[in-house]
Design a protein around this ligand. Structure first.
Ligand code: TYM
Length: 337
C-alpha cells in the first residue's frame, strides 16, 4: 500500500522555541518511517513581517541544521526551502483568486497582528493563509502535523481545496490536521495563558532551542506558578499544568506518570525536574546544530537536493491546476530548472 503523504513547515522568522519543537519538529521525526514526509523551511512566510536580510539568511541555515539535528533524515524525507520551489508562489496566486476577503479577514492570527500594526499591515500578512494552502495542496498531503494555533489555517486550506475541486473537478486531496494532544499547545512560562511564541515581546517566558544553559535555567527557575502550592494538572493552575506538560513530553511520560514522579514535592522540585529534562534534550541538540553549521555548503547542497525532489511533485500538481483553469501549457519547465 502506498504511504500517505505529510507536509509541514516552520517559518525561519525568529529563533525556534520549545513550542516549535514539541508542537511540530519532534512529532515530524516520529512520522518519517510511516509516512512520505515533506518538510519545508517557509522563508516566503517569514517575509510577511520585514526581516533583516542577514538574519533571515542565517536563521534559514540554522533552521535546516535544527531539522537535521532533531533527527529528520534528508534521505528519507524531502527537506527544502520554500522559496526554492517557485510553484508555491504560482499556486498561491491561483488559490488567492479562489478565496475570499471575508474568510481571510476572519483569521485570528491576522486579526491579532492587524490590531498591532494598524493600516501598515503588509498585504502579505493578509494573504499568508492562501500561501499556506498552496504549500499543502501542491503536494496533495493527506496529513499536516502542526500545533493547535494552525487549526484555523488548516480549515481554510480544506475549504479552498473543496471549493476548487467543486469548481474544476477532483484536483486536490483535502488534508487533515495531525495533532499531538499535549504538544499541541506549549505556553509562555511568564504568561501561561499565552502560547510560547518566537515573536513574544518579553522573551523571559520563551525557551529558545538555542538559548545557552544559564539562560534556560534562569527562565525555568523564574517561571510563573501560583500560590496553591500543590502539583496537580488542572486549568486553574495553568503555569503548573504547562510545566507538567513540558516535563511529560520531554521525558516521554504520561501526565499520570509525571504527577506520580512529583507526588509530595514542591514547585522548586517541579522546576528542577523540568530544567533537567530541558537541558538533557536541548544541550545535545545544540551541539549537533553547531557542528552542522560548520558545513554551510553541505547544508545548502541538501537544501538544493530537497528542492529538486519537492519540485518533481509540485510541478505535476501545478500543471494539472493550470490545465484545469484554462492556461496554455508551458511545454517546457526550463525557467524553473
Ligand atoms: P510557525 O513557524 O509559527 O510554527 C511552526 C510550528 O510550530 C507550532 N508551534 C507550537 N506548537 C505548540 N505550542 C506552541 N507554543 C507552538 N508555537 C508554534 C506551530 O503550530 C507550527 O506547527 N503557518 C505556519 C507555517 C506554515 C505551515 C505551512 C505549516 C507555512 N506553511 C504548511 C504547515 C503546513 C507557521 O507560521 O508556523
Amino acid at each position: 500500500m502506498e504511504k500517505q503523504r505529510i507536509f509541514s513547515g516552520i517559518q525561519p522568522s525568529g529563533n525556534l522555541t520549545l513550542g516549535n519543537y514539541l508542537g511540530a519538529l519532534r512529532n515530524w521525526v516520529s512520522l518519517q518511517d510511516e509516512y512520505e514526509c515533506i518538510y519545508s523551511i517557509v522563508d516566503m512566510h517569514a517575509i510577511t513581517i520585514r526581516q533583516n536580510p542577514k538574519d533571515l539568511h542565517e536563521r534559514s541555515l540554522l533552521t535546516m541544521a535544527l531539522y537535521l539535528a532533531a533527527g529528520l533524515d534528508p534521505e528519507k524525507n524531502t527537506v527544502f526551502m520554500q522559496s526554492h520551489v517557485l510553484e508555491h508562489a504560482q499556486l498561491g496566486w491561483i488559490l488567492g483568486c479562489n478565496s475570499y476577503m471575508g474568510e481571510l479577514s476572519r483569521m485570528t492570527q491576522y486579526k491579532d497582528k492587524s490590531t498591532r500594526l494598524g493600516d501598515s499591515i503588509p498585504t502579505g500578512l493578509f494573504n499568508y493563509p492562501v500561501l499556506m494552502a498552496a504549500d499543502i495542496l501542491l503536494y496533495n498531503a493527506h496529513l499536516v502535523p502542526v500545533g493547535d494555533d494552525q487549526t484555523q489555517h488548516l480549515e481554510l486550506t480544506r475549504d479552498i481545496a473543496i471549493r476548487f475541486n467543486n469548481a474544476y473537478g477532483e484536483t486536490f486531496v483535502v488534508p487533515k490536521g495531525y495533532f499531538n494532544p499535549f504538544g499541541a499547545r506549549i505556553y509562555d512560562l511568564q504568561m501561561p495563558q499565552k502560547l510560547m511564541s518566537k515573536s513574544a515581546e518579553n522573551q523571559q517566558g520563551v525557551l529558545f532551542l538555542l538559548d545557552d544553559e544559564k539562560t534556560l535555567q534562569r527562565k525555568i527557575s523564574r517561571s510563573v506558578t501560583d500560590s496553591l502550592g500543590t502539583i496537580s494538572y488542572n486549568d486553574n493552575q495553568p503555569g503548573v499544568k504547562n510545566l507538567l506538560n513540558i516535563f511529560a513530553l520531554l521525558r516521554k511520560e504520561s501526565i499520570d506518570g509525571a504527577l506520580a514522579y512529583f507526588e509530595g514535592k514542591g514547585y522548586k522540585q517541579l522546576k528542577d525536574g523540568v530544567m533537567e529534562a530541558v537541558l538533557d534534550t536541548l544541550l545535545p541538540l545544540q551541539e549537533k546544530v553547531y557542528e552542522l553549521m560548520k558545513e554551510r555548503d553541505h547544508l545548502e547542497d541538501l537544501m538544493a537536493q530537497g528542492a529538486q525532489k519537492a519540485r518533481s511533485i509540485a510541478k505535476v500538481t501545478l500543471a494539472d491546476v493550470e490545465k484545469k483553469i484554462g492556461f496554455i501549457s508551458r511545454r517546457t519547465n526550463e525557467h524553473c530548472d
